[in-house]
Design a protein around this ligand. Structure first.
Ligand code: MG
Length: 198
């Protein structure tokens, strides 16, 4: 804690805060910073008569993912990974699928909410790596805009967000095009915790 009385104290406090912010962004660490990693997985069924949303973008396709929200499987996997890293439960606990409040809601809203829950605990997203598994449509033309959208939602530089796509080589239900799955790893940074064993 710093005592702030004079104008000079204020600028010193601002300098300390700026150093801490820099440390949390991964620059020169001026104090102890912890890093946590979370993992997320999700899958949804592809059906006719639904729009396809992936990574917060609408993707042109003849079918879309079935779910209580917009069923954006990629944002759900990232959201679960973020909650895992923050030790804040899971997507189903935060947004129950029998709650009408989340019916047809854009998953971008869910991800923004999760990010602010983590931020309240003092954790900021450091990096995101995700893989979408699907046979069709081809995602390559949309990867850039998905990464951009995810980076914006999580307040992180685009260079720290990676979205990859692969097919399942025709094997199993994903291979038959019955649905889409996504895996994600999120790393987060925050102030060092007290050692609970001390
Ligand atoms: Mg889901």
């Amino acid at each position: 804690n710093m005592k702030i009385t004079l104008e000079d104290d204020m600028s010193r406090a601002e300098a300390v805060l700026a150093m801490r912010r820099e440390a949390m962004r991964g620059g020169r660490a001026s104090g102890p910073v912890h890093q946590r990693v979370g993992f997320g997985y999700d899958s949804h069924r592809l059906v006719e008569g639904r729009k396809l949303f992936l990574g917060g973008r609408e993707i042109p396709h003849d079918r879309g993912l079935l779910g209580h929200s917009d069923a954006d499987v990629l944002l759900h996997a990232i959201g679960d990974a973020l909650l895992g890293a923050a030790g804040a439960g899971d997507l189903g606990r935060l947004f129950p699928d029998d709650d009408p409040a989340w019916k047809d809601i854009s998953s971008t809203v869910l991800l923004e909410t999760i990010r602010s829950v983590a931020a309240e605990k003092g954790d900021t997203v450091h990096s995101v790596d995700a893989t979408v598994v699907l046979e069709r449509p081809r995602l390559r033309p949309h990867i850039d805009s998905m990464e951009e959208t995810i980076a914006r939602l999580l307040c992180v530089e685009k260079e720290r967000v990676s979205v990859k796509a692969t097919t399942n080589e025709g094997m199993g239900c994903i291979g038959r095009g019955e649905g889409i799955a996504a895996f994600a790893v999120v790393s987060m940074r925050g102030n060092e915790d007290e050692d609970t064993c001390m």
